[in-house]
Design a protein around this ligand. Structure first.
Ligand SMILES: C[S@@+](CC[C@H](N)C(=O)[O-])C[C@H]1O[C@@H](n2cnc3c(N)ncnc32)[C@H](O)[C@@H]1O
Length: 193
């Protein structure tokens, strides 16, 4: 199972306008990450889960979970994905996962709880990490930041749980591009094993 956790440091935790996704705490970035994580040409990766940690106002933290094996009716475009996130934010969230549409869940959880409940090995994506090409595993939970990167206090939590820091040399990239590259590199490893 390949899993991705993207930290939306300013992402809104309540209803937002679909006409201004950047203004909703850069929900646009999270939507592009979802699209990169799941979509193939005319197909969807069923062996992927995505977690979006929303830390913006008015009610942080909240997590949206998208389960590849279950998800239905998810379009690949930003606005369509944002509509599904917005629908999930209309659900009254508590500590347990509540379904908002097929394969999409919401809960009130922080980073630590989320990392504690995963069965996957945790890897942190950061520019100075070990070259992804030297990285042996094909699966895991991969943690990425948004346009602001990962806030220092959250980075400490990630580092306390992560098996390794992984990097894609040699430039600082957009989070959604990191996901595409990671899929490519891990798919190649799978093909050659
Ligand atoms: C747009 S970057 C964040 C840039 C932000 N200004 C910073 O200083 O952290 C978004 C996220 O993508 C990941 N990322 C970007 N470039 C990367 C690289 N070359 N290798 C590994 N991860 C990368 C990191 O998780 C980062 O937090």
């Amino acid at each position: 199972m390949r899993e991705f956790l993207i930290i939306g440091s300013k992402a809104k935790t309540d209803k937002f306008s679909l006409n201004d996704l950047p203004g909703a705490g850069r929900i646009d970035i999270l939507c592009r990450c979802v699209s990169s994580a799941f979509f193939l040409s005319h197909d969807i990766r069923r062996d992927v889960n995505v977690y979006l940690l929303l830390l913006g106002p008015p009610d942080p933290p909240k997590v949206i979970k998208i389960v590849g094996r279950e998800v239905k009716y998810m379009p690949p475009d930003e606005r369509g994905i944002a509509g599904l996130i917005r629908k999930a934010l209309e659900v009254k969230a508590d500590e347990s996962w509540k379904k908002s549409s097929p394969g999409i869940y919401v809960a009130k959880k922080g980073l630590e709880e989320l990392l504690d409940e995963t069965a996957s090995d945790v890897y942190y994506l950061r520019e100075d990490g070990e070259d992804v090409r030297d990285f042996e595993t094909k699966d895991g939970l991969f943690v990425l930041g948004d346009h602001k990167g990962v806030p220092r206090e959250l980075e400490e939590i990630i580092l306390s749980k992560a098996k390794k820091i992984i990097g894609i040399p040699t430039k600082s990239l957009m989070a959604e591009h990191c996901i595409t590259i990671l899929h490519y590199e891990l798919d190649r490893k799978q093909l050659n094993s």
